[in-house]
Ligand binder design. Structure first.
Ligand SMILES: Cc1cc2nc3c(=O)[nH]c(=O)nc-3n(C[C@H](O)[C@H](O)[C@H](O)COP(=O)(O)OP(=O)(O)OC[C@H]3O[C@@H](n4cnc5c(N)ncnc54)[C@H](O)[C@@H]3O)c2cc1C
Length: 356
């Protein structure tokens, strides 16, 4: 069930991608634990891999509002897949807008066409919310940088062709020496050390990647020392809004499934939907979906509430794989953390309020 028609050609393409590509195949992807590169190529053909990238590299140059409609539609298909596309778009955007001409030409068109995939790499095993504690080192050499360190929770580890890497030149915590580089995943010294065995999204590889004396050419500098953390947090700000839209999509899809089920399921001489307790539960989810769409802020929390309420409407059947609600539950929990936790987002908003 789709409540509203998509608001733009890109959102329509995303809805088609969710209905025709993601939903019919996602359980197979999950079972095979393989990232669906062909699906990503199909997404690229519809413009979904170069959402923010400029027309010069074949991108859509979409506004944030247009991209949010796209991510809500993708979130209805599968939140983990939508998240992978969000991270990829962050990389395509950073390289094709802030990269030097040689870097833009080298990776921009491939990232937009889906021939190449991108991963964003800030988090380290000891540094998550506390990003200023990262220690991955970039030492300046004649023709570029030599990078050594270890990154954690790298989305598309082993699948991405290029990483946007946040690292530093010194050894003190803080942001004054933090820079951002593009590193080719096939460069000598780049190694996937481990892939996490996660509660959900088996097809989305996420893991730890080590860098040992990796040579990175000068033209791969995206943000110089002192500007790297600002650039990284700017990318994360956009990604957090993507996550909010994906969460609204997840909640809206959970509601659609529970509503269809409650309308058909016979109980106590009528249907489940005749029961006021079920009507109230679904009305609360609809309120969260509509409020979330307007607010796009704490949507992962709303998505988690929606997945719990909607899977309860199906009773025992909510636990079966033939409905995706149990998977949605795990995804909603994941969405609370992926681009910085909901708690830390509250801190960011409070800081902004204090500055006004
Ligand atoms: C599925 C998934 C994909 C990811 N993909 C990427 C990726 O592609 N690239 C990347 O760089 N990272 C990625 N991450 C990492 C993600 O950004 C971090 O997990 C996140 O920033 C939180 O860090 P942490 O897990 O180390 O938790 P911690 O920072 O250790 O936090 C632990 C708990 O303490 C709370 N907390 C921490 N600091 C404060 C505070 N000051 N006040 C109140 N509470 C606080 C947090 O909210 C959390 O509940 C991904 C994570 C997940 C789950």
């Amino acid at each position: 069930m789709h409540a509203d028609p998509p608001s733009s050609p890109l959102a329509l393409a995303a809805r088609r991608h969710a209905d025709d590509v993601i939903k019919p195949q996602v359980r197979e992807w999950e079972r095979d634990a393989l990232f669906p590169r062909e699906a990503a190529l199909a997404a690229a053909a519809d413009g979904l891999l170069g959402l923010f990238a400029p027309g010069t590299v074949g991108g859509q140059g979409a506004s944030l509002a247009e991209a949010m409609d796209v991510f809500e539609e993708l979130g209805r298909g599968d939140a983990a897949y939508a998240f992978a596309l969000s991270m990829h778009n962050a990389v395509a955007n950073a390289i094709s807008r802030s990269g030097q001409p040689e870097l833009r030409e080298r990776y921009g068109p491939g990232l937009v066409s889906g021939e190449l995939l991108g991963g964003f790499s800030l988090t380290e095993p000891h540094a998550g919310s506390d990003a200023a504690a990262i220690t991955t080192q970039a030492v300046a050499v004649d023709d570029g940088w030599r990078v050594t360190g270890r990154k954690a929770w790298v989305s598309l580890a082993g699948e991405a062709d290029v990483f946007v890497l946040v690292c530093r030149t010194g050894s003190e915590r803080g942001t004054a020496d933090v820079l951002m580089l593009a590193v080719d995943a096939r460069a000598e010294g780049v190694r996937v050390e481990r892939l996490y065995d996660k509660a959900a999204a088996a097809f989305l590889p996420i893991g730890e990647v080590s860098y040992t004396e990796v040579h990175v050419p000068s033209h791969a500098l995206i943000a110089p020392p002192g500007q790297g953390m600002r650039a990284a947090l700017g990318a994360i700000d956009v990604a957090r809004v993507d996550i909010a839209a994906i969460s609204v999509g997840l909640a809206a899809e959970a509601l659609a499934i529970a509503l269809d089920y409650a309308r058909d399921r016979k109980a106590f001489g009528g249907t489940l939907l005749d029961l006021q307790a079920i009507q109230f539960a679904l009305a609360d989810v609809e309120t969260d979906v509509v409020a979330g769409r307007m607010l796009y802020r704490f949507c992962p929390d709303a998505a988690l509430r929606a997945s719990i309420a909607c899977s309860e409407v199906l009773g025992a059947y909510g636990l079966l794989h033939e409905y995706p609600l149990a998977r949605f539950l795990a995804h909603a929990k994941m969405l609370q953390v992926v681009d910085g936790t909901t708690e830390v987002q509250r801190i960011v908003i409070a800081r902004d309020l204090a500055r006004r």
